[in-house]
Design a binder for this molecule. Structure first.
Ligand code: GLP
Length: 261
C-alpha cells in the first residue's frame, strides 16, 4: 500500500483530487468510470474537484459514476439518501451527465435482485477506474461491516449498532437511521483498478492502523485492501496517530521525489 500522511485534511483532499484528475486525463474521451463514496471523509475532495472544474476547466463530461451503497427504504430525494447526497455534494456541481451517476435503488421492491443488477451494471460499464473510499470507525468500507466475506458482491447488509450510532449525526435521531442497506461487496470493490482511501481525524486512527498494519481479517474489512495492487491510503496526522511505521511511510514519500516518480 502507498501511505501518504498529509499535514491536514485540506492537503489530504488535494492529494486525492490529483489522483482523480490523473485518471480523468488518462481516460479522456473514452470516459473514466469513477467509484464514489458518501460520508463526510470525501467531501473536501469533492469540493476541491468542483473548484478545479470551475477554475481550471477540469471536465467530467465523458465520465460516469457508481456509488458504493445506499440505504434501503429511503426515497431517492430523502435528505439522507446517498442518491441525493452525492448530487448535493459533488456531481450536481460538475458537468458529469446526471443519468450516468448511478447508485443501488434503495426503493426497489426486490432488494436482492436490485443488488445483483447493480453489481452486473458495474462490470458492463467496464469496471471502475478509480474508487474513492472512506473508512468506518470499525474498519468498514462501503457498508461492509466486520465479518463481511472477502468474496462478497453487492448485497443487502444489516448495519452494526456502532454504524447506526455513527451515522445518526446526519438524521434527527438514531431511530430514523435505516438498519438495512445495499452495498457493493468487498470483492466488487476490489475489482476497481485503483483505490484511494481517505481518512482524517483521530476517530479513525485505530481503524487506519488495523487496515494498514494489522492482519488481513474480516474483523477489519478494510484490511483486504492490503491484497490490492494499486491502493493509496491518504491520512492526516491525527488519523496516522497509531501507525507504528509512520516515519517509514514519510521517508518513502520523501525519497519518491528523488526518483522522480
Ligand atoms: C458510511 C459509508 C461509508 C463511509 C463511512 C465513514 O457508513 N457507507 O462509505 O466511509 O460511513 O463515514 P465518514 O466519512 O462520515 O466518517
Amino acid at each position: 500500500m502507498e501511505i501518504i500522511i498529509a499535514k491536514d485534511a485540506e492537503q489530504a483532499a488535494s492529494v486525492v483530487a490529483d489522483r482523480f484528475e490523473d485518471v480523468l486525463h488518462e481516460r479522456g474521451e473514452d470516459g473514466a468510470v469513477l467509484g464514489l463514496a458518501t460520508g463526510s471523509s470525501p467531501v473536501l475532495t469533492y469540493r476541491e474537484l468542483i473548484a478545479r472544474h470551475r477554475e481550471q476547466d477540469l471536465s467530467f463530461a465523458h465520465a460516469r459514476a457508481f456509488l458504493l451503497d445506499e440505504y434501503i427504504g429511503l426515497t431517492a430525494d430523502h435528505e439522507q439518501s446517498y442518491h441525493r447526497f452525492i448530487r448535493e455534494n459533488f456531481t450536481g456541481h460538475v458537468d458529469i451527465p446526471d443519468e450516468l451517476v448511478l447508485s443501488p435503488d434503495g426503493e426497489a421492491a426486490d432488494p436482492r435482485a436490485e443488488a445483483a443488477r447493480y453489481d452486473a451494471s458495474i462490470g458492463e460499464a467496464g469496471g471502475v477506474d478509480i474508487q474513492i473510499l472512506g473508512i468506518g470507525a470499525n474498519g468498514h468500507i462501503g457498508f461492509n461491516e466486520p465479518s463481511s466475506s472477502f468474496g462478497s458482491r453487492t448485497r443487502v447488509k444489516t448495519l452494526t449498532e456502532q454504524t447506526v450510532r455513527d451515522n445518526a449525526r446526519f438524521f434527527s435521531s438514531s431511530d430514523e437511521v435505516p438498519i438495512h442497506v445495499l452495498t457493493q461487496g468487498l470483492a466488487t470493490i476490489r475489482e476497481a483498478r485503483r483505490i484511494v482511501l481517505i481518512a482524517t481525524g483521530e476517530g479513525k486512527a485505530e481503524a487506519v492502523r488495523d487496515m494498514v498494519e494489522g492482519p488481513v481479517s474480516a474483523a477489519c474489512p478494510a484490511s483486504i485492501l492490503q491484497m490490492h495492487p494499486a491502493v493509496t491510503v491518504v491520512v492526516d496526522e491525527a488519523a496516522a496517530r497509531d501507525l507504528t511505521h509512520a516515519d517509514y511511510y514519510r521517508f518513502i514519500q520523501s525519497q519518491k521525489d528523488r526518483l522522480g516518480s
